[in-house]
Design a protein around this ligand. Sequence first.
Ligand code: SF4
Length: 362
Amino acid sequence: MLVELLGKSVEELREFFVALGEPAYRGPQLYHALYAERRFDFAQMTNFPAALRERLNQQASITLPRILRQFASVDGSIRYLFSLQRTDGGSEIKAAQIESVFMPKENRQTICISTQAGCAVDCHFCLTAQLGLIRNLTAGEIVGQILVVLAENSGHLTPQTNVVLMGQGEPLLNYDATMAAVRIMLDQKGLKLAPRHVTLSTSGIVPGIERLSREKVRPNLAISLNASSDEQRDALMPINRKYPLDILLEACRRYPLRPREYFTFEYVLLGGVNDSPDDARRVLRLLANIRAKVNLIPWNPGALPYQAPTPESIDEFHRILLEKGMPVFVRYSRGQDVFAACGQLALIESGNSSSLTEISLG
Ligand code: SF4
C-alpha cells in the first residue's frame, strides 16, 4: 500500500524518511517541493538521487484532487467539481466529490475550499446540507484543492491569494485535518499565506471555537450568524439548539483576538425572514462588546424556498448597522450562474442560466 504524502507536516515527512532509512533532512526538502515549489511528481524532484525517486515511486504517492468538471461564470469565477479517491495509511478511503471556487479580482484571487464532502449541520438555507455528511476530508485533500486551483490558473495569478474555508462542510467538525491543512497554508516554508488572508467559517461549533482560541497559529474566524434571535436561528440552523446565541457569543467574547483582528459575522439576508429593521437592531445588541464586522449576503434565489431581500431592505439593514458604528459590508455572492455562490455548493452538475459555460477539459 502506498503512503500518501500530500498533507503531511514537515515533521511527519521527516519521520517518513527516517522510517525508510533515509536522512531526516529529506523531509523538509520534500515539504518545500510540494508546497513552496508545487511539484507533485517524484520525477521532477531532481535534488533527490535517482534511486530515492524510484523508491518513492514504489512506496509513496502524491494524490491531488482530480477535476471532474469545471464551470466558468460570466463574473470570472470558476467552480471546480473534484473527485477524491485515494488510499492513506494503508486503508482505503471512500470516494467522494467536492467543490472549490476560484474568484479572481484585480489585486488578489480568493479560493473557496471544502473541508468535508457534504455536511451534517443541516442549515436550512444551504443546498450542501441536503447531501448529509459523506465523509471528512484529509489534510491533503483540503490543501490539495488550493494546489490544483493555483496550478490551473497559474498564468494569471496576482501575488495575493486569499483562502476561505467556506465550501462544503463544517471545518470545526473536521478539526484535526482542517488545522493540519491550515498550518501548511500559513507556514512561511509551506504555502506562505498570511493569517489575515485565510478565513475559517463556522456555523458556531463552540468547542471548536474554544479549541481554535488555544492554537498558536490560526486563521481568521467567521461566524455564520444569519438570525437575530434564538427562535429565528433555531428555525434556520438547528445547530443553534445545541449552541444557542448566548453561549456562542460568550465564546466569541472570550476569544483572544490579535490586535486589529475582527470576527466576521456572516448574515445571509432572506427576504421576509430575517431582513427587517428590527432584526438589524437585534443584531447590533447581540454583537455588543464583540470586535465584529458584519457581511450581509443577499440570498441567491435557487432551489430552496426562500426569497431574495429587496434592495430597500438591504439598504435599510446596512444603514442601521452603519449608523451605530458597526463595520458592515454587503457581499454579493460570485458565480451565481454556475451555482458557486454561498450555500449552493451541492454538486449540481449544471446551471440553467444561459450565461453558464462549461470549460472543456480537453
Ligand atoms: S452552511 Fe455550512 S455548516 Fe451549514 S449546512 Fe451548509 S455547509 Fe454545512
